[in-house]
Design a protein around this ligand. Structure first.
Ligand code: SD4
Length: 327
């Protein structure tokens, strides 16, 4: 039970994060005391708040991290107001909503779908790829055929609003290849540790708005958009998938943590790897990373100002501003 005193202490900590945007001091303090914060769930962007809420209910009632991350991100997938995930997601430049998702459990099992169309919950299809097939990844028409075979209904994911946005884009941009900036994406990535101390992760997206038909980003790629290793921790990514894939972002972060970095240090190192190769000052694309470790410490870091994340721990579910590289 959360006592009032504990609650006040938590709130003070939470506010400190909002101001500094950095959980570093807390992480260091916790690793010194050795206390483990669990359950914990962290997810990308403001829509992560509602997703965390669902995940948190599962986690606090003794449920598995795997169920928490799946059910959690399903909230964003079904929300037409989240225009970069699932239903209502902005389409590719031909007007098709195409979805990418992946999931990974505490045993290292994983499943993924990419370039999937007309299915409301790609994350659940990814889970069934993991559980019911000898494979890890299904794409396109094959993924859709599998989804229907295991009971998913075909639905139209293009809402009136996303269709209008696409028509407007078409008119203004004349089908030109897109410029990937910091505004045309908002994937949900979520990683969690349950009461048992088991870690899982999920990531799901409609990808970059106005992308080429057939384009697949980092989100369904195990090790790029998300990675979980129950011995170490987990990480997920949002932003320009092409840059995340290049450095195998989520896997890199988990390996850095394995080698002793805190989640915060590992996220920062991953962003620096990207920044070393790209002029992130002249080309203002965004990439953001989140991570947790087995101690229940978390980290968040991104390239450009503006990345927000939702963290639920100690009974408090809140949005925080991530610290960023370009200052
Ligand atoms: C992608 N990482 O497809 C995704 C885009 C996204 O927030 O929506 N990121 O590259």
């Amino acid at each position: 039970m959360t006592t009032r005193r504990k609650f006040i202490k938590q709130s003070a900590l939470a506010s400190a994060f909002v101001i500094t945007g950095m959980p570093k001091a807390r992480s260091e303090e916790m690793s010194m005391t050795g206390s483990i914060k669990k359950p914990i769930v962290i997810s990308t962007w403001e829509h992560g708040l509602a997703a965390n809420e669902t995940a948190w209910k599962i986690l606090t009632s003794g449920g598995k991290a795997l169920d928490a991350v799946e059910k959690g991100v399903m909230v964003s997938e079904a929300d037409p107001n989240v225009t970069s995930v699932g239903y209502g997601g902005l389409p590719d430049r031909d007007g098709n909503v195409t979805l990418d998702a992946c999931i990974m459990d505490e045993k290292g099992n994983c499943g993924s779908v990419a370039f999937l169309q007309n299915i409301m919950h790609p994350i659940s299809v990814a889970r069934l790829v993991m559980e019911k097939t000898p494979h890890i990844m299904l794409v396109g028409e094959g993924a859709q055929r599998f989804a229907k075979m295991v009971g998913f209904q075909e639905v139209n994911l293009l809402t009136g609003e996303s269709k209008r946005a696409w028509e407007m884009w078409l008119k203004e941009n004349k089908y030109e290849p897109i410029k990937i900036d910091k505004d045309n994406h908002d994937t949900i990535g979520m990683v969690a540790m349950d009461k048992n101390g088991d870690i899982s992760g999920a990531c799901t997206t409609s990808g970059l708005a106005w992308k080429y038909h057939g384009r697949v980003g980092d989100s369904p790629i195990i090790g790029a958009g998300m990675y979980a290793d129950n011995e170490v921790g987990a990480a997920c990514a949002t932003g320009k998938g092409e840059e995340v894939i290049r450095i195998c972002g989520a896997h890199l972060i988990v390996e850095l943590m394995r080698n002793g970095k805190s989640p915060q240090q590992a996220c920062e190192e991953a962003v620096k790897r990207i920044a070393k190769k790209r002029d992130v000052y002249k080309d203002p694309f965004q990439v953001g990373f989140l991570a947790i470790n087995k101690k229940g410490e978390h980290g968040a870091y991104c390239i450009q100002k503006g990345f927000k994340y939702a963290l639920a721990v100690d009974g408090v579910n809140k949005i925080y501003d991530s610290d960023f590289y370009v200052k």
